[in-house]
Write a protein that binds this ligand. Structure first.
Ligand SMILES: [Zn+2]
Length: 211
């Protein structure tokens, strides 16, 4: 793994599986156009509590093993010289808040960017069958509220704004003019939720064009 991994600390199997899943997730997000340029970041919680997370910069559709680094639960790199993305802190916040969270995805889609720029502090999704992809949703008839937070380059300050809203957040959240954060118990669940949320945002965007 290019010297990134300290075999004495990280079980090779778990770390290597996490790297493979992150690379595959990056390709899948790229196929949908959700990670333009160097946008987005992807992480998995390892059995020892550390995180495997994409390195700052680099295209998420073209990741190699060296595009993933290991950080501790506070986002500090485990290997000297590794530079985590500033947004690593938002991943750490989600894992700290939700003990069930095993994977976190962040992308910059057109739909999340455009819809969040229209104003408001949330998008309310109502009446869509696909809503059932979110935790606790068993019917299209229930409403799903996706909070929108103003973008901020000060990630510590942004995480402070997000913190009081994390309880009961089912479908993740949107940063205005920026993108979405979605998570799940494992990578497959997180990807399904991201795909579900992005499908719904794309539907909302199409519907507004027709009004
Ligand atoms: Zn971002």
């Amino acid at each position: 793994m290019g010297g990134v991994m300290d075999k004495a600390v990280f079980p090779a199997g778990a770390y290597c599986r996490a790297v493979e899943q992150i690379i595959a997730a990056g390709r899948r997000m790229d196929r949908f156009g959700w990670v333009p340029a160097t946008a987005g970041n992807i992480s998995i919680r390892l059995p020892d509590g550390n995180l495997a997370i994409t390195r700052s910069g680099g295209h998420k559709g073209l990741l190699g093993a060296d595009g993933v680094i290991c950080v501790d639960a506070a986002g500090r790199p485990r290997a000297a010289g590794d530079r985590p993305s500033a947004e690593t802190l938002l991943h750490c916040q989600i894992y700290a808040h939700d003990p069930q969270a095993g994977a976190v995805l962040h992308g910059h889609s057109v739909a999340s960017t455009v819809l969040s720029r229209l104003g408001g502090d949330a998008l309310v999704l109502d009446g869509y069958e696909v809503q059932k992809v979110f935790a606790g949703q068993t019917t299209h008839a229930a409403r799903v509220r996706v909070p929108i937070f103003d973008n901020d380059q000060d990630i510590a300050r942004l995480s402070g704004v997000v913190a009081p809203h994390l309880d009961g957040m089912r479908a993740g959240y949107i940063i205005r003019g920026h993108g979405v954060y979605v998570w799940g118990a494992d990578m497959d669940t997180a990807l399904a939720r991201l795909e579900g949320l992005e499908f719904l945002l794309a539907c909302e965007l199409e519907e507004r064009k027709l009004r």
